[in-house]
Design a protein around this ligand. Structure first.
Ligand SMILES: [Zn+2]
Length: 134
């Protein structure tokens, strides 16, 4: 179920809205569940950030991401170090799995090998089609 987070610009509350389908989200006008305002700013979830960073690296398709495009031919250790710096800038705890993936990159494991060893329900396994990537 598509879930979107917003910050209300009127009352400052963080609002989580769920939609039955992506089409429903496209047609809907998000409104604050606290004050009813439609003046909401979409928040990018940290899961989306993680997926954006790692799926680009895993797939080797970094052209769409300016921050990562320079790393297209970098070795895994460099990728791991840059990802760690990026996650520090995001300022959120990215979770144990993220740390493990980065740690393995820093030790020189290839992203393809790391992805292949992840459980199918991992956040970092290939995201399902239609997932909401930034
Ligand atoms: Zn509000």
């Amino acid at each position: 179920m598509p879930t979107y987070e917003f910050r209300c610009n009127d009352c400052g509350h963080k609002v989580t809205l769920k939609y039955k389908t992506y089409a429903a989200y496209d047609e809907a006008t998000p409104t604050c569940t606290h004050c009813g305002s439609a003046d909401l700013t979409r928040l990018i979830s940290r899961v989306a950030i993680k997926r954006s960073m790692l799926s680009g690296i895993m797939s080797g398709d970094l052209e769409d991401n300016d921050a990562l495009s320079a790393l297209d031919n970098a070795d895994p250790a460099t990728l791991g170090r840059v990802l760690r710096e990026m996650s520090a800038e995001v300022g959120e705890d990215m979770g144990d799995e993220f740390d493990e993936v980065i740690g393995r990159m820093e030790r020189g494991e290839r992203p393809e090998d790391i992805e292949a060893s992840l459980p199918p329900d991992s956040e970092f396994a290939s995201p399902p089609a239609g997932d909401d990537l930034i």
